[in-house]
Design a protein around this ligand. Sequence first.
Ligand code: AZC
Length: 818
Amino acid sequence: MNDTIRIDEAAGSAGQAPALTAEAFREAVRAKLKYAVGKDPSRATAKDWSMALSLAVRDQVVERWFESTKASHAGQKKHVYYLSMEFLIGRLLNDAVCNLGIEAQVRTACAELGIDYQAQLEQESDAALGNGGLGRLAACFMDSMSTLGIPAHGYGIRYDHGLFRQRFHDGWQVEEPEDWLVSSRAWEFERAEMAYLVKFGGQISFDGHGATYWRADETVKAVAYDTPIAGWKGRHVNTLRLWASRPVEVLDLGRFNHGDYMSAAEKTIRAETISRVLYPDDTTAEGKELRLKQEYFFTSASLQDILRRYLEDNDDIRKLPEQVAIQMNDTHPAIAVAELMRILADDYRLTFPEAFEITRQCLSYTNHTLMPEALERWNTNLFRKVLPRHMQIIEWIDYHHLAEVQGRNLPVSLDNIRIIEWGSEIKMGSLAFVGSRRVNGVSALHTELMKQTVFKDYHLLYPDRIVNETNGITPRRWLYECNPGLRALLLEAIGDGWVDNLEKIEDAAKFATDASFRDKFAAAKQANKVRLAAEIERRIGLRVDPTALFDVQIKRMHEYKRQLLNVLETIALYQAIRRGPGAEWTPRVKIFGGKAAPGYQIAKRIIKLANDVARVVNNDPIIGDRLKVAVLPNYNVSLAEVIIPAADLSEQISTAGMEASGTGNMKLALNGALTIGTLDGANVEIAERVGPDNIYIFGLTADDVAGLRQRGYNPNATIDSDPTLKGAIDAMVNGTFSPDDHGRFNEVADRLWHTDWFLVTADFQSYFQTQRTVDVDYRDKTRWTERSILNTTKVGWFSSDRTIRGYSKDVWGVEPNF
Ligand code: AZC
């Protein structure tokens, strides 16, 4: 097979990917179709072409991948390992094409081959190996680490089924298995030879001479699958290594030969179950044993791999922290604390204190939530059963840590700093904290709250350990790739420096008052809205007016994110329009997207409510185009790429103090949406940067929320005193939206009346009023566009490149190459 690609060396400049001619690329695609896919052009399906195209692009990535790997080895620099249970990477074809800077050639080649590039992109399934923000953050970080030339590996699980596919049946969420692997993936390389054994259960014995043996009763094999992740201009390519769980022995031949076919395959099924599905919930721990096994499975395989790589070039295990920085994305990989100690102590015969010191210098931990129900805890009985040796190690850590603290005479409560609580639960946040070099929050407010609440006592003990690294997003995917119109305008106005140095985007702020720039900016937004309107019609058959205000709330369905507040406002607005249809209304399209965890009943009911409200509003002739509600099923990365560039208004309305950071808020602002939000998470920092005139802040602050909750909030009085709010809640329970079942939303309403933990009613009035200001402001198109430009150009700081530079300096001690 001859698919070498002619590279036009002359066109490449230092540090840049050499250019590829369209002609050479076209021939490469043809060759791939024939020799790798095995199809003749006359018989090839769209999928076949897409595969051929991806494979041809992949060759380009691989070239640079090898160079990067070689350079990393030769450079002997500290290596970063990012351990994450989730990587929400989405599609990769356009990402690779844009990062390599070969878009023009690829498009020309496609045109010459008679295939539509855009249509090819849509053939690729989304790699939905994550639930939400935490997983998408990991994907943005991979992009940034490559862009900055930091030698790094991402480690996670290659789930057979990623996050479920969401469908609406009569407005209710229905979950269907997601099948991203159904068609073969162009982007991954199976590394059958890269396999590690991971053990579970069994007994511990000591040989009396200091050696410890763990005789496990179950062993599985972790097999590596590698995906290259190219940074900007292909300057550096890192690896995302995902582990699949396989049986050690493929088949029990004895049982098979006895005709017992089902049980012959039992071990295989058991083993493969570990990497079967992504846990479709990021806030509660159920299906507990499997989840614990998943966590240990990928952590153990990753650590074994890290040590193998280290020992290829080094012989002193004690110097591990000089070469290795391991980041634990949330507590899901926190078992790494005990696993690294186990390996160092049991396999390399270091003492526990030595092993603990080394561990603490290698590991760091990122916290993503303060919600008590989302902080992982493991029952000690379950833990001892699955990981008996780790249980002993954690007991040792707990004991020694407490002993260390007791000598220091600080005003901390021992109960608060115990890792094992009442002997019955292991607090993984505490384990991660104690076993880490640095612990970080993901926005300034969140980090401050970590210090004041959940990790208060730990912060007293280790005042230097907590640092803030406000989240960021990659401008490659979240502007350059998803918003071609705006990209072109920016390239024309200020060049391309902003793509890997996003703060440069501020150079375009001066054009906010330039009429010609403003018109072009507005035209790009309008084109994106037309594209989204078409997508809405295609997905749910609803026609919307693309000149209306596009009001967007896209994120996981969760009570604290308060989609309910938005729905109540929708109802109240609907009622107001009905009462006075002749008044001057600003036409609005409310766009919702988000999945609820399958077991999260109330969140699923809120989806149903949104759909019920949508049905009534959208079909009410009095309303017409003044208000439309589009609840889009199966929100995922690819859908986000269509919605975000088209948004006018970004809903970031969580109960203050509860959203650790948010990253959708950054993506939407970068694409020119104005935020309506509470002073929560990174909204606070967005507000500082765009300035008070270019953002709509409403509602209680985190301090207000804490105070109100402490005093005891009485929603009754609030609801009774606000006819708009009361009218909306009444409509929810009187059957206006559920004529077939009046009681359907009683429970939702009851919660508002009685406890309202998320303070929806407390913030309603302020939210509703602010929305009316938005209505008025949106009518002044010139001013709105000006403010929209100021959003795009003032949020450059929220690039994940900046975030990764922060981790490099404050957490990992590495120096970016670019
Ligand atoms: C999310 C946070 O809810 C969100 O605020 C943050 O922006 C994001 O992480 C990235 O830091 N958390 C999760 O997705 N999951 C958990 C367990 O917190």
